[in-house]
Design a protein around this ligand. Structure first.
Ligand SMILES: [Zn+2]
Length: 164
């Protein structure tokens, strides 16, 4: 082994040792970042970052600390990506359905948001109930139309007068 090879081996050894000393610090930084990527609530993220930092500190070996932190940051990046895709698709659905939403708002319908789908409901349907006399079949005595609901099977609550 020549002198230059020994020097290279010593320098490489020092570099690897230096990198291993950086590994625990880098691992702690990565798990803190992963907690903030994962949780939108700042106090929840900081609590989780402290828990993950304690977990990293308990791991044996400097490289195992770094490998564990890399796993946490990978999982957080995947979760962050999934959240970003959900937010984007939800806002895209809102942009595509603006005409429907404007119509529904004009009609004073209730708009339900369910991920990428929307539901629209006319609240006047809440005032329709099943006729208590004929139990909704529309038939009264001797098969004549029910007198209470005129054979509709449903009744409507009175509408409040329109404010003029
Ligand atoms: Zn009836």
């Amino acid at each position: 082994m020549s002198g230059s090879e020994v020097a290279v081996a010593v320098i490489l050894g020092l570099l690897i040792n230096e990198c291993c000393d950086i590994a625990p610090w880098l691992a702690r930084m990565l798990v803190k970042r992963s907690a903030h990527l994962r949780y939108n609530d700042r106090s929840r993220a900081e609590t989780r970052a402290e828990e993950l930092t304690a977990f990293i500190n308990d791991r044996p070996g400097k490289l195992l600390k770094l490998a564990t932190a890399l796993a946490f940051i990978f999982i957080s990046l995947v979760a962050y990506g999934v959240q970003a895709i959900r937010r984007w698709t939800s806002s895209a659905v809102d942009r595509l359905g603006t005409e429907d939403q404007a119509f529904a708002s004009l009609q004073r319908w209730t708009i339900g948001h369910h991920g990428t789908t929307r539901s629209y409901r006319d609240p006047r349907f809440d005032r329709v109930i099943v006729c208590v006399t004929c139990k909704g079949n529309g038939r009264g005595d001797e098969d004549w139309p029910c007198r209470t609901c005129q054979g509709n099977g449903t009744l409507k609550f009175l509408e409040p007068p329109e404010a003029s």
